[in-house]
Ligand binder design. Sequence first.
Ligand code: BGC
Length: 507
Amino acid sequence: MAVVISSSGNSQAFEAKMTVYVFICVIIAAVGGLIFGYDIGISGGVTAMDDFLEEFFPAVYERKKHAHENNYCKYDNQFLQLFTSSLYLAALVASFFASATCSKLGRKPTMQFASIFFLIGVGLAAGAVNMFMLIIGRILLGFGVGFGNQAVPLFLSEIAPARLRGGLNIVFQLMVTIGILIANIVNYFTSSIHPYGWRLALGGAGIPALILLFGSLLICETPTSLIERNKTEEGKETLKKIRGVEDVDEEFDSIVYACDFARQVKNPYRKLMKPESRPPFVIGMLLQLFQQFTGINAIMFYAPVLFQTVGFGSDAALLSAVITGTINVLSTFVGIFLVDKTGRRFLLLQSSVHMLVCQLVIGIILAKDLGVTGTLGRPQSLVVVIFVCLYVMGFAWSWGPLGWLIPSETFPVETRTEGFALAVSCNMFFTFVIAQAFLSMLCGMKSGIFFFFSAWIVVMGLFALFFVPETKGISIDDMRDSVWKPHWYWKRFMLQEDDHDVEKRTA
Ligand code: BGC
């Protein structure tokens, strides 16, 4: 594979080939996303398996047997939710450590730490004989997610030739969706293996964790990370290897310049608090809140539970989750294809309207036709499944991938790892909130939960309309001049030219 591309930003044009080596590196690194997705998808299935409930959550199991008593509350149990959500809390904490190892040791060792955490976590969770082992296993898996989600998107962005950065970044999200789908399929088959199907389901994450561990021995460190840590010559050699050309001087000089400047910034977290950092900071953090408050994980974690709630049997519910999982994967390709053509804003706005309609339809059907007891009629159940699928489709080409892409492309180099770490931990925090609260919210708000998410979708659509500028095709280091300065709102936080130079010298 030797497509010569000119990775031109507004002011730069570096020669680069899309080499086979880069391709292999991208695939191996993105396996980190696969494990993240697998963990997201597996929880809902496992928590719907009777053998699992009987062993660890007997009270929930008893209540489930009398499901006809209350449709919306049969799974509401704080410990059951803790099983799902402990992983995200651990990932939140871990992403700060991961940011430090990313800067001090490099992206590659950070990925290797992730795979080791994953392997130990999988062993404990799949082999659990008590609640303690189960939760510690989940926490270690969470450490893996924190380390992986910090290192992988950064690794992908730094190793990719600039013009392929958007698409290659979304390979991470693609792998997340493939992980969720594999988990749904595994859930489907293991749910009929008694009594240890759930152990197989949880243990399945060991396979991609091994691939990441051994695969990461083959991949290189990124040139930026090497140069940042004063391994300048090695950085240049690596750059030649990944770009597939001998003359990399221009790109090399620009990385050296960016790293020199980044070194002058002694406290990146303080720099992040300065007004000039406000646009990427506010957008990066709010996108995480919004991504999670679309309600996507209410569907992803709990799809089987949700489908059972509307009256599907256990098997049919898991099968429906396989269908939503497939749609999630296929629609992500639409995102990869469109993101650099129609731009980010179009996708965010289109999908806000699209997802709003879906949530409203689902909410109205449940409010009208699903009482607190009883089941939905067949036609209504079908309509719910169809609108859940349409909703997942809209998310998959917009708020899903863009929640990861935009923070990775809008922070300037001197605050990039720290800003991104904050974005990852914010994402984990809101994922935790949804995972922990959803079943109780479903129980308390009933079908109203869908109107709750609808209201959030309106807010995020308006935010995207007024506050998220287009970043398509703009060089990653040119955001200040081309994006923030001309923007009607964000321009007030931009320093004047002279101030900026002083700022550069003193930060
Ligand atoms: C989100 C996850 C979500 C997944 C669904 C990701 O971008 O961060 O929370 O479960 O998309 O595909």
